[in-house]
Design a protein. Structure first.
Length: 337
């Protein structure tokens, strides 16, 4: 998940013709007045056209999707969607946490039975992790859940405010596991694809009941801790698959005829496009530094982007016609976590 690096020397390779025609390029028969039976001359050339380049960091979007002007739709709004959301701990360098919001919890035993819930069993948060991009040590990794709700404030999406709520008195539940357990964990009808595995964190039933019957919203903060670096990718709520998205489950009745509730994420805040805050990445710490060695960087956990300003010399454009141009980049080996 480190930013990809490219060498700064970026020449523009172009195929040009000295005498231009607007028709076939291998003969002059279609434009005799301009070409006068001259055979067109093709040349490959390389010129230095980069006049400015720089790398910028800090492009993590707010929520699981964020506005992208270049992807505007009919209503004038375009969005980039997250397929996976990260939870990362790398010592003093990177700390990324996740928020999953369950603002609406069913309070009756079923949709057809309006009897109020008075007890629950088997309460848990169900997530799906991407095993192909998850890196954790063999033992000692812990995923902890925190209560991040505060109904007394109106600002409930600012990362700095949410990050400060990961305190001991807000801890709801935790699970310590081995890599083998995490990669082998399966739950019926949940996360059955080859490269994903179900991941469950048990929530005390008494705590779950308090949120169901009380006035508070259940907004879970997810944090990973480990004796060494740990990086987990969970499937995001925006994925179009009910069997893979984050879910909260609890059984409202000992009657086996009444099914357990499976609740998807929901955000009821008063913001534009509230569904994009069903989950939210919190960059609590980021000590990732740009290389400052003449290379360009893109990607990474907190979103590094590079800008190139290209200018083709006027004298070049006055004498030739560019048929095809390409920008060549040389990728450096990725840094280890």
């Amino acid at each position: 998940m480190s930013p990809r690096q490219f060498f700064r020397c970026l020449p523009l390779a172009a195929i040009v013709i000295v005498a231009a025609c607007s028709e076939r390029l291998d003969t002059s028969k279609n434009c005799p007045l301009l070409c006068a039976d001259n055979t067109l001359v093709f040349k490959d050339t390389t010129i230095d056209v980069v006049t400015f380049d720089s790398a910028f960091t800090g492009f993590t979007g707010a929520g699981e999707r964020w506005p992208a002007p270049g992807l505007a739709t009919s209503n004038g709004i375009g969005y980039l969607y997250e397929t996976f959301v990260p939870v990362v701990s790398r010592g003093d360098s990177v700390d990324i946490r996740q928020v999953f919001r369950f603002d609406t919890l069913p309070r009756t035993r079923s949709s057809s039975d309006t009897t109020a819930i008075t007890a629950v069993t088997d309460s848990k948060l169900l997530l799906v992790l991407d095993t192909s991009r998850t890196t954790i040590p063999e033992t000692g990794t812990t995923v902890s859940l925190y209560d991040l709700d505060d109904s007394t404030v109106t600002d409930d999406t600012t990362a700095a405010i949410l990050g400060a709520r990961f305190t001991a008195n807000r801890l709801i539940a935790s699970r310590t596991f081995t890599r083998t357990e995490a990669f082998a964990d399966t739950i019926a009808d949940f996360g059955s694809a080859v490269t994903v595995r179900a991941f469950a964190v048990t929530i005390p039933d008494s705590v779950m009941l308090r949120y169901i019957t009380g006035p508070h919203r259940l907004r879970l903060g997810v944090r990973v801790t480990s004796p060494t670096s740990a990086s987990i990718r969970f499937v995001a709520p925006s994925v179009n698959s009910s069997g893979l998205v984050p879910r909260l489950t609890y059984d409202p009745s000992p009657d086996t005829a009444i099914a357990a509730w499976a609740v998807s994420t929901q955000y009821n805040g008063s913001v534009a496009e509230p569904s994009r805050f069903r989950s939210q990445s919190l960059v609590v710490r980021d000590q990732t530094t740009l290389q400052n060695d003449g290379s360009l960087e893109v990607g990474g956990l907190v979103g590094v982007r590079s800008l190139l300003k290209v200018k083709v010399p006027r004298s070049f454009l006055d004498t030739v016609t560019i048929v095809r141009a390409s920008l060549d980049l040389t990728q450096r080996p990725l840094r280890t976590p």
